[in-house]
Write a protein that binds this ligand. Structure first.
Ligand SMILES: C[C@@]1(CC(=O)O)C2=NC(=C\c3[nH]c(c(CCC(=O)O)c3CC(=O)O)Cc3[nH]c(c(CC(=O)O)c3CCC(=O)O)/C=C3\N/C(=C\2)[C@@H](CCC(=O)O)[C@]3(C)CC(=O)O)/[C@H]1CCC(=O)O
Ligand SMILES: NC(=O)c1ccc[n+]([C@@H]2O[C@H](COP(=O)([O-])OP(=O)(O)OC[C@H]3O[C@@H](n4cnc5c(N)ncnc54)[C@H](O)[C@@H]3O)[C@@H](O)[C@H]2O)c1
Length: 196
């Protein structure tokens, strides 16, 4: 498929149920990424073998449960989406098939051809989140760009967001006059910073 076909969305993981299959280093990486973004995410981890780091992480997050067992399609019942991080490609394909049969979206870690969605590299400054994807071309560049943006975006941005929310709730008038006022107030952000 020509061009970048990915449509970014921000998912309320805390209101959904995610299944992670596989609990080796890659499963740990994906679980960590989920929890770093959503510490109330309800996550079930299914794996035959579970590394200690995954167990340790799960004890710190009550909404994470671990089932030490082989994957079976019934594990998909009641799940909203699925991340597979196993070392078994036949299983990965079975997960994709069974999940899609149920209308579920699947990410198979590091296997773009089996993914319905990719995980992004995420910049976080309080309420601000920027998710980066390179259309699968270079996750390393996504990670580097995250570092650049993390360093260059001012920490005060989160205070600005909070203040803007207060202002937004205080403004009176019709929708278009509110929009105009919010745009006036933020115009300064678009001007280059004054050099000292
Ligand atoms: C962003 C991030 C999110 C996350 O996973 O949380 C993420 N990968 C990260 C890191 C990373 N992954 C890999 C390396 C080693 C260096 C390298 O190979 O480049 C590093 C860098 C490192 O670790 O330093 C290995 C790798 N990854 C994929 C392949 C297969 C392939 O490309 O064919 C291979 C080769 C496997 C092999 O050789 O066997 C594929 C995918 N990885 C994606 C996401 C999706 C595309 C995102 C996009 O559109 O850019 C996609 C398509 C599917 C998916 O997994 O969702 C996370 C950054 C976390 C952060 O911000 O710190
Ligand atoms: N570790 C890395 O840095 C890395 C990097 C790139 C790609 N990969 C690939 O990603 C995959 C996962 O890597 P890993 O290091 O986490 O592997 P791993 O072997 O440490 O872990 C695999 C996990 O899958 C589980 N699993 C396998 N079959 C299962 C089944 N039928 N039911 C339930 N669970 C099952 C295992 O119990 C284990 O928890 C591998 O294919 C690996 O080649 C790994």
């Amino acid at each position: 498929m020509e061009g970048n076909q990915l449509f970014p969305v921000f998912i309320k993981l805390n209101e959904l149920h995610t299944l992670v299959i596989g609990a080796g280093p890659v499963g740990l990486e994906k679980l960590t990424a989920l929890l770093n973004n959503s510490n109330h995410a309800r996550i079930t981890v299914v794996a035959e073998t579970i590394i200690q780091e995954v167990r340790d992480l799960a004890t710190r997050y009550p909404a994470v449960s671990i089932l030490q067992k082989s994957f079976e399609p019934a594990d998909l019942d009641g799940v909203n989406f699925v991340i597979a991080a196993t070392n078994n490609n036949v299983l990965n394909e079975q997960v994709k098939l069974e999940a899609n049969k149920r209308g579920l979206l699947v990410n198979v870690a590091d296997k773009p051809e089996l993914c319905d969605f990719y995980l992004g590299s995420v910049v976080q400054k309080g309420d601000l989140k920027i998710a980066i994807s390179t259309n699968g071309k270079s996750p390393t560049i996504a990670k580097r760009l995250k570092e650049v943006l993390n360093d260059s975006l001012p920490n005060g941005l989160n205070i600005t967001l909070k203040q803007m929310q207060i202002l937004r709730n205080m403004l009176k008038g019709d929708f278009s006059s509110k929009v105009q006022r919010l745009n006036e107030v933020t115009e300064i952000l678009m001007k280059p910073l004054d050099k000292e």
